[in-house]
Design a protein around this ligand. Sequence first.
Ligand code: AHG
Ligand code: MN
Ligand code: MN
Length: 336
Amino acid sequence: MSTKRISLTRYLVEQQRDHGHIPSQLRLLLEVVARACKSISQAVNKGDLGGVLGSASSENVQGEVQKQLDIIANEVLIEANEWGGHLAAMASEEMEGIYVVPNRYPQGEYLLLFDPLDGSSNIDVNVSIGTIFSVLRMPEDDRGVDVGDFLQAGHRQVAAGYCVYGPQTTLVLTVGDGVAMFTLDREQGSFVLTRENVQIPEDTKEFAINMSNMRHWDAPVKRYVDECLAGKEGPRGKDFNMRWIASMVADVHRILTRGGIFMYPWDKREPEKPGKLRLMYEANPMGWLVEQAGGAATNGRQRILDIQPTRLHERVSVILGSKNEVERVTRYHLED
Ligand code: AHG
Ligand code: MN
Ligand code: MN
């Protein structure tokens, strides 16, 4: 990469001008989301000094105890995005219903979905966490926004990304033209392009899954992991390594950086639920990023981005990352 520093703003302007990928309202939206992430990053960094750690005394719609930072991050994203005129409505892991842009502000043509703080169990222990977002366009000729407008398959996303708050704060973005990474320069207060055309290697020796759930898995997942664990002497003929950070953002960031496979499959603990992770603001944006980087994302049987959502907080089984490994696990499911 040249020594010339390209800010997120410049990247977006050039994408708009040279490639026609980004209408100006979408550019504004992405700038606003990035600004909100900067401010969440600051709150995360302060930690105990800012009094932001620990649990709040509330539960979200999924019945999970909310952390203070879940609520703060949700508010930061809403306040940053509601007045700009680029959005019609927002939806979040932390809100049961959709948040329609109030009448006092102009309404735009986009819909924003987010997981304001991903990896909540890692907040208090100073391990990487993040924000995940997905952008859809309002269906055409629609009068008045409602939850049905959000229920679009992932392949209809117009932008998706995440920001990981780790040793560095990194914003990762796709507008359908590959994946770019921007590192936050704290002194300058701006995101600087640090990687373009991110590519996930097709093969890997690293898998990520919460092994404590092994006894609850379905046969195809068990078969795949057993074969990895068998190492050189087993059917795969090579040794595998394992990582599980318990922040999807951090696990996906590692996979975009050096490859790997991530699985949070359906399991027998709650058989009526199709998985733990949420389709619209976790699996769809991450699935699209991974595909844009040459990887694959399925629920074991079907491409994640082709799933037609029926509910805002719908859950899904997730297998994503290095293409050949994802295809293998998917084949094991289809053969089952
Ligand atoms: P969130 O903090 O937004 O609820 O998401 C946590 C998710 C995901 O980030 C992670 O991969 C997974 O939950 C970890 O779950 P386990 O604790 O069951 O391993
Ligand atoms: Mn999450
Ligand atoms: Mn969350």
